[in-house]
Design a protein around this ligand. Structure first.
Ligand code: FE2
Length: 420
């Protein structure tokens, strides 16, 4: 009898053990969040998934002493019918420019490895910042399991990233929950160590013009991400940089319906107008960097004149320095342009106080490769000579930006500087 009891207990422990292995805590992605512009110097959102409903964060300034704990009510989610819980937790009252250590998990279940992040410096600080730039990681042909994206991620983790920004088309089909969870799992080495602040692409949002959610993401996105404002159009400051993120929705399809986003006088347009005006006036801000999915300067079907028409007046008016986009799975870089006039430069690798905005398409961090860039556009100053998967490392140091672009074999394919 006693033996049977011991055996039953052993089986229960064994079963619990296997459940624990199954119930791995993960998909960690850091971000900044808030109803308006977040305070990146004093806050950090930690977002993760677990198969238990009592997962928490423990954190501290010393990796050996994670003395603080914080919990948040989870969101019950289902992935292929399997229940789990998403956590979106915001830490506040952090110190600027400081490294914090953290892990997610719960007593009696599993704990993740200990990760670290660094809070943003105080606004206006002119230190050196490293930003990972990627886009179009969508899981289509050649990247069905994000295998190309995984190579990009491995390379990006070698840099001391302060944050990473994504140009959208994160997944191939935004309505398929499983692909978001797959992406977040694959991306964790980058997104758990530095805030991940994406723009959304046409593949991430609802493309059906007859549905109420047209050009908006699906519930799986809202349940997983924890970004500022409405998660789609938002801005944040990091040191001396003002980043502004704009949702271009399904620009190509929307144009046919007369529903291109950011139309003059719309709520979003007015928000962007106010946001850029305030950044331009802010003496602490050296750089204004705008990113979105659809390019402003492009060709073929990627060029949506209505999208360009809506955005350009604000980009020109507030003298945005850098406009980063994706959508076309190529890497291409344009001359600086303002009010339709191309800034002429002697050195193609150096923009010296340019009168204009530098436009770049970074759309190939995994999604199937498309043609080559630079099809007979006078503004193109550089494009990769062959089809190539890429990511970029942007280093901002005071009044200078250095932008290095690499392929997935770690060859540098472009490097330029921008000084103001
Ligand atoms: Fe796209």
């Amino acid at each position: 009898m006693m033996y049977k009891k011991v055996l039953i207990i052993a089986i229960i422990i064994k079963l619990s053990g296997s459940l624990l292995v199954f119930g791995q805590t993960g998909n960690i992605h850091l971000s900044w969040t808030g109803k308006s512009k977040p305070d990146a110097a004093h806050t950090m959102a930690i977002n993760w998934n677990a198969y238990v409903s009592n997962s928490i964060v423990r954190y501290g300034e010393d990796s050996l002493q994670l003395n603080f704990t914080k919990r948040v009510k989870p969101i019950e989610v289902f992935n292929n019918g399997v229940r789990s819980y998403n956590y979106k937790l915001r830490l506040s009252c952090l110190k600027p420019g400081l490294t914090y250590y953290y892990q997610c998990g719960s007593e009696g279940s599993d704990w993740t490895a200990i990760y670290s992040f660094k809070t943003a410096p105080i606004q206006g600080s002119q230190d050196k910042y490293v930003v990972g730039v990627w886009g179009d990681t969508q899981n289509n042909t050649g990247n069905l399991r994000f295998e190309q994206t995984q190579k990009v991620i491995r390379l990006m983790t070698k840099y001391p990233l302060n944050l990473s920004i994504h140009m959208g088309d994160i997944v191939e089909n935004g309505s398929v929950e499983n692909t978001w969870y797959q992406f977040l799992k694959v991306a964790q080495p980058v997104t758990a160590i530095a805030p991940f602040m994406p723009a959304l692409g046409n593949h991430d949002v609802n493309n059906k013009a007859n549905e109420a959610g047209f050009q908006k993401p699906f519930s799986v996105f809202y349940n997983s991400f924890n970004l500022p404002r409405d998660n789609l159009n938002y801005s944040y400051d990091y040191g001396n940089i003002h980043f502004v993120v704009v949702n271009s929705g399904f620009a190509q399809g929307a144009a046919k319906e007369g529903r291109t986003l950011m139309q003059k006088g719309s709520t979003d347009y007015n928000w962007l107008d106010r946001d850029l005006a305030s950044a331009k006036k802010n003496k602490n801000i050296t750089w204004i960097i705008l990113y979105a999915h659809y390019p402003i300067y492009s060709f073929g079907v990627s060029h949506v004149p209505e999208w360009q028409y809506n955005l350009l007046p604000l980009i020109d008016k507030y003298q945005v320095d850098l406009c980063l986009t994706g959508h076309r799975h190529v890497y291409e870089r344009h001359k600086a342009i303002r009010n339709g006039k191309e800034y002429q430069q002697t050195d193609p690798m150096h923009y010296n106080h340019p009168t204009g905005t530098v436009y770049i398409t970074n759309g190939s961090s995994g999604g199937s490769l498309q043609g080559l860039g630079g099809n007979q556009m006078s503004s193109i100053i550089f494009t990769a000579k062959e089809k190539v998967y890429t990511y970029a490392i942007m280093t901002v140091h005071g009044p200078k930006i250095t932008y290095d672009v690499y392929d997935i074999n770690n060859n540098k394919i472009d490097s330029f500087s921008l000084v103001k």
